[in-house]
Design a protein around this ligand. Structure first.
Ligand SMILES: Nc1ncnc2c1ncn2[C@@H]1O[C@H](COP(=O)(O)OP(=O)(O)OP(=O)(O)O)[C@@H](O)[C@H]1O
Ligand SMILES: [Mg+2]
Length: 263
């Protein structure tokens, strides 16, 4: 579904500042993968590069989505193909009401706007529809607003950058349940388009979101490179027990021999 080969990426405004290098990732149709890695390792850069944010320039390699090379496609073209993102720190947009954005998103899918009320209610976001996007929203409210927008966009492949960061325990349950709906892994919702072939890539530091959503495979990123892949719970245990400094020292991060990867 998503195939990334030998990706090398620099910051557009700072040529020679390479953030991702020799990055390979393959997410089969319908699978959800999780990405771990220390602060500053390049996780958000990877998600934004997949989505096509102009802040990053691909120097080498390719990104294929459902067999189509999207490496040079615009962010709009990628969204139309079915990619969607929940950002770690989305911008505030004074003057743009959440309701207006919500209507735009459902209209793109030619759905009825009745869906907005239903999903906003589920996410306890109804009162936020009349507010300017993210302006003075709390950290947890921003995460619910991002999820609301994604649910209305109904993308086929979902990029989630720390969906549970700053979210209280009760809201975490809500975010977890609605993320399941988004990924198509929870029972069918009355007004929600059902599509079992949805895939995703989720960044988490704590792993708390994994108590609610099913993920098929995990990857660890250090210094802009995915060096280790395997069962998510096992990777998380290793990270907790050994810490990232040990991960980064691991021969898997320095060796190009893919047979050394744990499975
Ligand atoms: N647009 C940019 N301009 C300059 N430096 C950037 C830019 N984007 C990312 N970086 C740098 O690239 C590195 C990777 O950043 P990124 O946000 O991808 O890390 P991350 O793995 O998501 O970290 P965290 O877990 O803290 O969110 C950091 O050192 C960051 O400062
Ligand atoms: Mg990040």
């Amino acid at each position: 579904m998503l195939k990334i080969e030998n990706l090398k990426v620099e910051v557009t405004d700072e040529p020679d500042k390479v953030i991702l290098d020799d990055l390979n990732l393959n997410i089969p149709e319908g699978e959800v993968h999780v990405l771990f890695g220390p602060n500053g390792s390049g996780k958000s850069t990877l998600l934004q590069t997949i989505m096509g944010f102009p802040a990053y320039r691909v120097l080498e390699g390719s990104i294929l989505f459902r067999g189509e090379d999207i490496t040079n496609k615009s962010i709009t073209e990628r969204a139309k193909l079915g990619l969607g993102i929940s950002m770690q720190r989305p911008p505030n947009i004074p003057g743009l009401k959440l309701q207006k954005l919500a209507e735009f998103l459902v209209n793109q899918r030619r759905e009825t706007t009745a869906e907005i009320g239903y999903i906003a209610k589920k996410l306890e976001m109804r009162e936020f529809l009349s507010r300017d996007l993210n302006v003075h929203f709390s950290g947890g409210e921003i995460k619910r607003s991002e999820l609301l927008q994604l649910l209305l966009q109904a993308p086929k492949f979902i990029l989630l950058d720390e969906p549970e960061s700053g979210v209280d325990i009760q809201a975490l349950k809500l975010i977890g349940e609605m993320t399941n709906v988004l990924l198509g892994t929870s029972p069918r919702q009355p007004t929600y388009p059902w599509d079992k072939s949805r895939g995703g890539l989720v960044i988490t530091h704590t792993g708390h979101i994994l108590d609610y959503i099913h993920v098929d495979r995990g990857h660890v990123m250090c210094h802009g490179h995915i060096g280790c892949s395997g069962t998510p719970s096992r990777l998380l245990d290793d990270i907790r027990n050994l810490g990232y400094p040990e991960c980064a020292k691991c021969h898997r991060f320095t060796s190009k021999d893919l047979s050394l990867k744990i499975t």
